[in-house]
Design a protein. Structure first.
Length: 144
């Protein structure tokens, strides 16, 4: 990336389609997050809980929405990330993550961009949220 991002209200973040959710990914996330809840790891435990099978961790789904900002981390950082869960993610699901800019404000720290983000399985939104991304003054350059 050449210079700092200068998103405008209404700009879309490039939607990404992720690889299918798999057991290895869920095991790694369970270990890294300290969330070994068996409904994320065992079909038997998931079925005993009334689910049709293993479900992905909700916070793993949120983390996938955060991938939208990875290309910009050399210029700033995610300041806030609020999320809502509205559906379950199962093994084999391919999520699409995307979003759009909803605001921008010059602050004493730099340019603060606001976004609405989503994770979708097919036409169903399984998670959504609001993200604030701060481009510090040193990197933001003059307002446009």
């Amino acid at each position: 990336m050449s210079g700092p991002p200068n998103w405008r209200i209404g700009d879309a973040l490039e939607e990404r389609t992720l690889p299918p959710v798999n057991r290895g990914q869920l095991r790694k996330y369970a270990e890294a997050s300290g969330d070994p809840n068996p409904i994320h790891l065992s079909d038997e435990a998931a079925e005993a809980a009334g689910l049709p099978g293993v479900i992905a961790h909700g916070m793993l789904t949120v983390a996938t929405m955060g991938l939208l900002f990875s290309p910009y981390l050399e210029h700033g950082h995610v300041k806030t990330f609020r999320s809502r869960f509205s559906g379950m993610v199962f093994l084999g699901d391919r999520l699409r993550v995307g979003g759009r800019a909803t605001g921008v404000e010059q602050t004493g720290q730099g340019r603060l961009h606001a976004f609405e983000v989503y994770a979708r399985r097919g036409d169903d939104t399984v998670a959504s949220g609001e993200v604030e991304f701060l481009v510090p003054e040193r990197a933001a350059g003059p307002p446009s």
